[in-house]
Ligand binder design. Structure first.
Ligand SMILES: Nc1ncnc2c1ncn2[C@@H]1O[C@H](COP(=O)(O)OP(=O)(O)OP(=O)(O)O)[C@@H](O)[C@H]1O
Length: 259
């Protein structure tokens, strides 16, 4: 579980996160949604500790992360997996080297142990025979899978995903969304996903936080969202054509996948 309490963050006197409190449950896909510029990325980076916040507290389970020193935070940082927008793979490294990187940096495992772990993670994201390929030789969906394999290689308790579907076609996005959800449940990870993809919300939005102009404006799940009367949320949601279709169908039937 990750808990944010009264987070305030400003840049040069301009407040971009205004007193945000939220609890992100373990074993669930927690989504942060909002318009471009609303503060999603700043919130995600603040939770991870990449931004120093002005005030507030962030708890990782029972540990108050914000009151730890830089060195003390190391133990928690090693339990965090991150999937960056675009994958952020090292272009000049093979798939195996990319996935192995956290093990090289943070463990004393033998080469065989590392190879076994890398292969296990690649299999888990349904990739095979790709160890020696370079990122340029992979499709967009494969790059995301490699990024997920790298994010889980250290067996994280916490997983942060920044726009994991950016650049993917809708069908591949569904597959990646569901892979993240499966992994979250299988390994009981606290997963926080930053997205403005309404299809993702309707697919895996077990817990959704809507950020509007730096404030937590609405909170609920993928089913609540279709019936909300929050004006700003509705404007955001129904700007998406897919969501419009789902809304139109919601009175008649909501499929198991929410699509
Ligand atoms: N390092 C920074 N210095 C100054 N201002 C920043 C910095 N990072 C973000 N901001 C500002 O904070 C606000 C929120 O930005 P943020 O990147 O969190 O938006 P977002 O909701 O993630 O948008 P998008 O969906 O386009 O990525 C924006 O006004 C942005 O200009």
């Amino acid at each position: 579980m990750i808990r944010a309490e009264h987070i305030v963050k400003s840049f040069d006197g301009r407040v971009v996160l205004k007193d945000i409190s939220a609890t992100f449950a373990t074993g669930k896909t927690n989504l942060i949604i909002g318009q471009s510029g609303s503060g999603k990325t700043v919130l995600l980076k603040s939770l991870v500790g990449l931004h120093a916040i002005d005030s507030g507290q962030i708890y990782y389970d029972d540990v108050c992360y914000t009151s730890l020193s830089f060195t003390e935070r190391k133990a928690i940082r090693q339990q965090i997996g991150m999937i960056f927008q675009g994958g952020a793979l090292l272009d000049s490294s093979t798939v195996e080297e990319n996935v192995r990187l956290p093990l090289d940096l943070f463990t004393n495992q033998s080469s065989k142990e590392k190879r076994d772990r890398v292969n296990f993670c690649l299999q888990r994201v349904n990739l095979k025979d790709v160890n020696d390929l370079y990122p340029a030789e992979l499709s967009g969906g494969m790059i995301k899978r490699v990024a997920i394999a790298r994010a889980i290689v250290m067996n994280p308790k916490y997983l942060f995903c920044d726009e994991p579907n950016s650049g993917l076609d809708p069908m591949t996005s569904v597959v990646i969304d569901n892979l993240i959800k499966e992994i979250t449940e299988e390994y009981n990870i606290t997963t926080i996903i930053n997205t403005h993809d309404m299809n993702s919300v309707l697919e895996i939005g077990e817990h959704v936080i809507f950020i509007y102009k730096g404030e937590k404006w609405w909170e609920g799940n993928k089913h609540d969202i279709l019936n909300s009367d929050n004006r700003e949320l509705n404007e955001f949601v129904f700007a998406s054509t897919m969501a419009k279709r789902a809304k139109a169908c919601s009175g008649l039937h909501i499929s198991e996948t929410g699509r």
